[in-house]
Write a protein that binds this ligand. Structure first.
Ligand code: KE4
Length: 431
């Protein structure tokens, strides 16, 4: 239960709105989709967050994915404290970058070479540039409902005309930057085949979330993944798996190991940096050798491979590799999924839950949810009431129907039971 009012949160947020657009440094955390004011937090510990009014919440956002081992994971803390003693940034090579690169290459099947960057957005932006430089082609295919960071050329929606014509979906993104972006429907094999038949030779890359989190959790059909691999191979296009969210989350070696489909490039973020600002893109050696200074495709960054972020990433990946939490995560995530679905059934609430490992989404609709068009049918108003009801019960769920929740290795069976109890309490009120 959240026993204290959130008056300090309110005061701080009022001031924040004078200082920063919307009072936040990322739109995703502004509660736009659920209404009300964001909560201002003081600290995180294990599976919990505590706000500045002293209220404690079971946290299912986990910083939008990085906190797979819970907040303040000791090995990451120790590594960061040690690294800080040696300085925070050199802008020059360090041993730690080799160590993190080795871990990534060893873990991710598609990655023979890797470049470290500062965010998932930088990783996808760079990967697309490299794919275009490698192929000498312009067109990039993405899928409605997939989010790859705020890359201008990917901030597009399917155009009103043929589903493959795209239009900018943010002011400030020009027609020019989106002209070469095609938007297709996720899991639509027929449309994908037709697009490649018509213009495969012009397609530099296809980028997708191999397990979606940004329209809520949506999984690819085996046919869709197989066709993506086959068509890109035949056309000489680069297949990019954006594993910023599902990488190291759904399995240590990511969705590509889970589904047995190896892309040509992979983008990473979130978990790979242990909660510090770090992303990465990598792939086939013959592609990555095109990246400056080995090749001619420009890419750079003052803080790329930063000693503190790499220390956190090394500690995180080492812990995940040497003491894999995935069996435990599967067990408690299954317990949560079963409990939430049972609570919805008892309350007579239409629902559909999609889950892969410790990432899942409870959609307020009967489903199935297989792409953006079906996800968009969800009852977002009901989701908003559910979100706030759970907040009052001390459970912090993702603040949008179109996000995934994340379970950590620190969520105990009791935490899951308390979460289910909270849902049983508030869902009947949503009928
Ligand atoms: P960042 O630039 O936010 O590190 O990563 C962008 C990105 C790229 N690819 C995928 C599959 C992603 O999920 C993301 C970022 N995810 C959102 C949550 N849906 C981050 C939350 C936020 O923007 O604050």
């Amino acid at each position: 239960m959240t026993n204290n009012s959130r008056q300090n949160s309110h005061k701080v947020y009022q001031r924040a709105q004078q200082l920063m657009p919307g009072g936040v440094n990322s739109a995703a955390r502004a509660f736009g989709a659920v209404g009300g004011e964001p909560i201002v937090f003081e600290k995180g510990e294990g599976a919990y967050l505590q706000d500045i009014d002293g209220n404690r919440y079971i946290d299912y956002i986990g910083s939008w994915g990085p906190m797979i081992l819970g907040h303040q994971f000791q090995a990451v803390k120790d590594a960061v404290h040690l690294a800080v003693e040696r300085g925070t940034s050199f802008g020059a090579p360090t041993v730690a970058e080799n160590q993190l690169a080795e871990l990534i290459i060893e873990a991710v099947p598609s990655v023979e070479m890797v470049r470290l960057v500062n965010s998932g957005t930088e990783a996808t932006m760079s990967a697309i540039r490299v794919a275009r430089g490698f192929t000498g082609r312009d067109q990039v295919v993405k899928f409605a409902g997939n989010y790859h960071g705020h890359v201008d050329s990917l901030l597009v929606s399917a155009g009103s005309a043929a589903a493959t014509l795209s239009v900018p979906n943010s002011p400030g993104v020009t027609e020019g930057t989106t002209r070469d972006t095609l938007v297709l429907n996720y899991n639509d094999c027929e449309q994908l085949a037709a697009t490649f038949a018509e213009q495969g030779e012009q397609i530099a890359a296809v980028i997708l979330e191999p397990v979606c989190g940004n329209m809520g959790c949506v999984t690819p059909t085996p046919e869709f993944l197989a066709m993506l691999r086959q068509l890109t191979e035949a056309a000489g296009s680069v297949l990019i798996f954006d594993e910023v969210m599902c990488g190291f989350r759904v399995a240590y070696s990511g969705a590509q190991s889970l589904y047995g489909v190896t892309p040509d490039m992979t983008t990473m973020g979130k978990i790979v940096g242990g909660g510090l600002p770090l992303g990465a893109f990598g792939g086939r050696r013959d592609i990555m050798q095109h990246v400056l200074p080995a090749g001619k495709v420009f890419q750079a960054g003052t803080l790329s491979g930063n000693p503190i972020a790499t220390a956190a990433g090394i500690a995180m990946l080492t812990a995940l590799r040497d003491s894999p939490p995935y069996d435990y995560l599967e067990q408690v995530s299954q317990q949560l999924a079963d409990g939430l679905q049972s609570a919805c059934r008892s309350a007579g609430i239409e629902h559909c839950l999609n889950r892969v490992g410790s990432m899942m989404t409870l959609f307020f609709q009967s489903g199935p949810v297989t792409d953006w068009d079906t996800a968009a049918k969800s009852d977002v108003a009901r989701f908003g009431k559910y979100f706030w009801g759970m907040i009052e019960q001390g459970v912090y769920m993702p603040c949008s129907q179109f996000e995934a929740l994340f379970v950590s290795s620190q969520h105990s069976s009791d935490d899951i039971a308390a979460t289910i109890e909270a849902a049983q309490k508030i869902l009947p009120e949503l009928k």
